[in-house]
Every structure is written in C-alpha cells, then in structure tokens.
Design a protein around this ligand. Structure first.
Ligand SMILES: O=C(O)/C=C/C(=O)CC(=O)CC(=O)O
Ligand SMILES: [Ca+2]
Ligand SMILES: [Mg+2]
Length: 398
C-alpha cells in the first residue's frame, strides 16, 4: 500500500498533472493481465480500473493490453481521455487504483509497426561525418534540403530495462587486410527522441506540416544502440544495417504531445529555403525544448539539448509520407542522435571520445532522462530509458 497519498506529489515532481504519460503494466498477482497505466509521481494509475469506476465512455480503449487502440482513436479522443485522466488523478477517492511504481512490471507500451531513424542534428551529423569520412565534406549536399533517415528494425525495439546483449558481427579496421567475426568492440549509445504515430494515413495522402498533431500521439526517449565497428565496415553504400538492428530501447512511458505545448520553440534558422512541403517558416514553432541527460553507471556524461535539432518531427513526418507512403498506427520514428554545439552536449560516445573510445563495457548501465518546461514553472518529465550491456553469448565479462 502506498506510504504517501498518491495525490501529494513532492514539490517540482516532473510527473504531475501536466505530464500524465501512458504505459502498459502488470502486477505480481496478475502477471498475464497487461493493462494501461498512467504515471503520476511515483505511482501508476490503473487507467482501466479508474475508467470503469468512473463510467468512462473510453473504458474499452483503456482496458486493452497495448496502447494501439487508443493510438488509433485519433486526436479528439486523445484529448478527451487526457482530460478525464487529469480529473481521476486529482479527484478524491480511488486510492485503490494507484500502484507504487516499484511494485509493477512495465512492458513495451505499443506494438511497433514500422521504425524509422532520422539524422536531424547538424552537430551530430557534422561530428560523425568528420570522424567517419575525414576526407569529405562532413555534411552531404542533400543534408539541409531533406531530413535524411533509414528504415530500422521494428521487431527489435525493446522497453527500457531490457538487457542488451553485445552484438556480434563482421568488423574490419582500415588497416586490417580482411574482416574478422566476433563481439562488437565499439558498442555505443545514441540519445534520441522518439515519436509514436497514432492516427493512420492512407497511401498517397501526404501528411502536411499542419496535420502533424492529428497523427502523432506522443513522445518518448530512445537509445539507438550502435556497434560502430560493424557499422563502419557495412554501411557503404546502403547505410546502417546490422550495426543498429540488434536492439533499440524506448521508454516505458509515452507522453502525449499536448504536454509539450509550453516547451515549443523555433528550430535553428534555415540555411536554404525549403521546398513547400518542408517549409515551416510560417508554421507554429516545431522544435521542443527538451533537456536530455545521459548517464553511464550513474555518472552524467552528456546533456544533449533537443531544441538544437535542425529538422523537426513535423518535417520528418511530412517527408516520410510525401512519396505516397501510407502511415500505420504504431509507426515509430526517432529524431536521430541529439547533439548540441558544445563538447559536453554530444549524444554518443563516438562523438564524446572523438572516435577513440572507450566504448561500452559488459555490465555498463546507460540511462537517459529528460524534462521540458511546462506551464507555470512545472517540469514535464519523460520516462527514462535504461539498459545494461550483457556479454555476447559464449563470451565472459572482462
Ligand atoms: O554518418 C553516418 O555514416 C552515420 C551516422 C549514424 O550512425 C547516425 C544514425 O543512426 C542517425 C542518427 O542517429 O542521427
Ligand atoms: Ca540513430
Ligand atoms: Mg537501433
């Protein structure tokens, strides 16, 4: 039973009534019964039970074992449910619907349809270009005209807390005559922000910048684990493949886009005029002032600022659909590594160590956290994404 009333949040708690992210949880007495929960402080509100108790018209959506039916329901329903949840967490009574966070198991909150990873930080792209391709211009000629991305592997998206097995593959340093096979020796992180698509779009109906909020339900943190040795050898000419497909970790909590209204900010000034479908010069500010913190084994190693991203999530969605591709509920896309202009704002070890390492060791625990400014001085927290590196099969920790 909760020690403290769930309604009494500690001062400044980033998971208050302006945040209210959704997740999927089970309790030890019913480990098979996945249900939708809403994080409030250090508690999870059982949204299905609260909905039933309040006679909500949305009880069926909230009783599902994944967020997908809620995602598919569209923005008017998202707004109505969020308003209801806000009354449930603040109303008197109903303490039995709250579970302390440490007593529940959190699951991957939605069924991932397709997964795309972008490359939207000018600082990251410039640093990586310099390290991977020292004899070329760091930014390719297309970089400031379209948001570059690649299709990732949806089936290996895992929830925060899942161990990450060190991947194995082909590695070949420039000086080696031939590739060798074995565990990655340059296992890295990538601090990113993910966007979860709710309402689908049929083929041949590109999603305009102005319709972004009709389709994107919410936001979470992402760690796009990357095997740099595998990547450097395999990626020419088609791009990332096995170096990034073994695991992508996401937060257990998906925070509705509406929670970030007070954190909206203009993206950096554009170097070139953009084609009309990407031109956001007259649009509402498309950036989000999210402050990310990267910790390895409890020690902060970087503070990447999401506000510095060149391409916005609305531009990325417009670009993903401009060719006529349809959009499905559960489609998921990540921003690309978030790196700011300063050396201590870089979102991966490749950049933080200028390509020299050290990279991740077996046993290392990487945790990303973030918050954004909310209304009236409140903080909007993003659920953490954490993962521990475990040795490749048949190998031992050093
Ligand atoms: O520049 C490259 O060849 C590769 C870059 C990346 O590894 C980054 C990638 O996954 C996209 C991103 O996270 O920004
Ligand atoms: Ca990435
Ligand atoms: Mg990945």
């Amino acid at each position: 039973m909760p020690q403290q009333s769930p309604r009494e949040l500690p001062e400044g708690d980033p998971f208050g009534a302006d945040t209210l992210p959704y997740g999927v949880f089970t309790t030890p007495d019913a480990p098979e019964r996945r249900r939708i929960g809403v994080r409030y402080g250090a508690y999870v509100l059982d949204a299905a039970a609260a909905a039933a108790a309040h006679g909500s018209a949305h009880t069926a959506l909230l009783t599902a074992p994944t967020l997908n039916p809620l995602l598919a329901a569209g923005r008017p329903v998202w707004q109505a449910v969020r308003a209801e949840v806000r009354t449930w967490v603040t109303a008197d009574g109903g303490a039995e619907h709250f579970h302390p966070l440490e007593g529940v198991t959190l699951h991957l909150p939605f069924e991932v349809a397709d997964y795309v990873d972008f490359y939207a930080s000018e600082h990251h792209a410039t640093n990586v270009g310099r390290i991977f391709r020292p004899d070329s211009e760091p930014l390719t000629p297309n970089w400031k005209h379209l948001p570059i991305g690649y299709h990732g592997r949806a089936g290996t998206v895992v929830v925060s807390g899942t161990d990450v097995v060190r991947p194995q593959g082909q590695r070949k340093a420039p000086a080696d005559a031939r590739p060798s096979f074995g565990p990655s020796l340059r296992l890295d992180i990538e601090a990113e922000v993910g966007f979860v698509v709710g309402a689908p779009a049929p083929a041949n109906t590109p999603v305009a910048l102005a319709d972004f909020r009709e389709h994107v339900f919410g936001v979470c943190l992402v760690n796009d684990w990357s095997a740099r040795d595998v990547q450097a050898w395999e990626y020419v000419p088609l791009g990332p493949f096995l170096g990034k497909s073994f695991a992508t970790s996401v937060s257990a909590w998906i925070t509705p886009l509406d929670a970030f209204d007070a954190a909206r900010t203009a993206p950096p000034e554009r170097t070139f005029p953009l084609l009309p479908y990407l031109d956001d010069s007259g649009a509402e500010p498309g950036g989000i002032d999210l402050r990310i913190e990267v910790a390895i084994n409890g020690e902060t190693v970087s503070r990447p600022p999401f506000a510095s991203m060149y391409w916005t999530a609305a531009q990325q969605l417009a670009h993903m659909t401009v060719n006529g591709a349809s959009l499905r509920t559960g489609d998921f896309y990540a921003s690309g590594t978030v790196s700011g202009p300063d050396p201590d704002q870089r979102g991966c070890l490749l950049e933080l160590t200028e390509g020299k390492g050290p990279y991740l060791a077996d046993g290392d625990v990487v945790t990303l956290t973030a918050w954004a400014p909310g209304p009236a001085g409140a903080r909007i927290g993003l659920g953490e994404v954490t993962g521990r590196i475990v040795p490749a099969p048949g190998t031992a920790a050093p």
